[in-house]
Write a protein that binds this ligand. Structure first.
Ligand SMILES: *[C@@H]1O[C@H](CO)[C@@H](O)[C@H](O)[C@H]1NC(C)=O
Ligand SMILES: *[C@@H]1O[C@H](CO)[C@@H](O)[C@H](O)[C@H]1NC(C)=O
Length: 353
């Protein structure tokens, strides 16, 4: 099934190229990169048969785009599943960081890719775990294929733009089937944070393709409903702003839920819930509607009924804040993102399986 699918000329050339390049640890030529990638593609199931992987065409488009330029590059893959795309990335890039929230996926992916020595698997929740784990590595490309809800895709994209260096390209999967992915990409495009986006995978040229409806629990193909789309399976974009994030993008804490705790923290029962709305609105449970205004990058001035001139200071990741009344007063409250509070339970929960 594997190598006999390849054209014969390719089979003949594979053996010598493989051995001496890999033995010397040298970067491979674009032609070798394409050949190695094709071998990995033949090992992977196509999306036709397995909804939760990317199509062979998507993988070939990645190879065609990156093989000529990325032999020395590092890619960060968010969302690994069974590692079929990971092994393609390992054939194209010099180094691969692969992150998934589920350890059982990482185990399957590690087994599938064990012939590669350039992959580091990491278990993390890209939404709640600190990007400090990744951001001190040189990363050229991020492949965003984790949770496809708008919240995750938006946060993964924003965090990538904010934290990864030098970062030149961002790749998105499930553009055609997930409105959350479409909405996030469109927003970043409209602010100029993503540019030159091109479709990859099925539907890349705008021709109509059938969306496979699937059984999410088992990850299998079912024929019950047929939906047609003219959107592409994936999107490949370049970073639009050389240094970080455009100014007019909504800050990362907007439209997120924070739990509020009173200090000193003796028992972790929240005393309230905070939600920062776009354009300066604020909703605080039990106290009602307020306002927020940025004083500088990390400090906000607030208006909250019943509090006198509250101010808050965010941490670098904007995942937590401390708050006090009036300038210079003692810190009275601690706010923290909902996902960070749930994270220990999610982590412990996995170990029951
Ligand atoms: C990759 O990096 C190595 C070592 O830094 C360098 O010798 C080689 O020329 C680079 N190759 C490409 C294609 O940039
Ligand atoms: C679009 O691309 C697909 C796959 O590469 C190909 O089969 C199809 O003929 C193309 N359609 C058009 C209109 O070019």
């Amino acid at each position: 099934m594997r190598s006999n699918c390849l054209p014969c000329a390719l089979c003949l050339s594979l053996v010598p190229l493989f051995s001496w390049h890999d033995a010397l640890g040298q970067t491979t030529s674009p032609a070798t990169c394409l050949e190695k990638t094709e071998l990995e593609i033949q090992r992977a199931p196509d999306r036709k048969n397995m909804r939760v992987t990317t199509s062979h065409l998507y993988k070939r488009h990645l190879a065609r785009y990156f093989c000529p330029i990325a032999a020395n590059w590092t890619v960060l893959e968010l969302g690994v599943y069974h590692g079929h795309t990971t092994s393609v990335l390992a054939a194209i890039f010099r180094r691969v960081f692969s992150v998934d929230i589920k350890e059982e996926f990482l185990q399957v992916a590690a087994a599938h890719t064990k012939h590669h020595s350039n992959i580091v698997f990491l278990s993390a929740d890209s939404l709640s775990d600190s990007w400090a784990s990744f951001r001190n590595n040189h990363v050229d490309v991020v492949v965003i294929d984790a949770d496809h809800t708008y919240d995750y895709v938006h946060a993964d994209t924003l965090n990538s733009l904010r934290h990864l260096q030098p970062l030149t390209h961002l790749v998105f999967d499930d553009f055609n089937s997930e409105v959350g992915v479409q909405r996030a990409i469109e927003e970043f495009q409209s602010t100029g944070a993503l540019v030159d986006c091109q479709g990859i995978g099925t539907g890349w040229n705008g021709s109509a393709t059938k969306l496979i409806s699937w059984n999410g629990l088992e990850g299998i193909h079912s024929e019950e409903k047929t939906v047609w789309t003219t959107k592409s399976e994936g999107m490949l974009c370049r970073k639009g702003v050389p240094d970080g994030v455009p100014r007019d993008l909504a800050p990362v804490f907007v439209d997120r839920r924070f739990f509020l705790y009173e200090l000193p923290l003796t028992f972790p029962t929240p005393v309230g819930v905070f939600r920062f709305l776009p354009h300066g609105g604020l909703v605080v449970s039990k106290r009602g509607k307020g306002k927020w205004k940025m004083l500088d990058d990390q400090n906000l001035k607030l208006e909250i009924p019943g509090l006198s001139e509250p101010e808050l200071l965010f941490n670098l990741d904007r995942t937590a804040f401390v708050m006090s009344e009036a300038k210079g007063a003692k810190t009275r409250w601690y706010g923290i993102r909902d996902h960070l509070m749930f994270r220990p339970f999610n982590m412990a929960d996995q170990r029951f399986a």
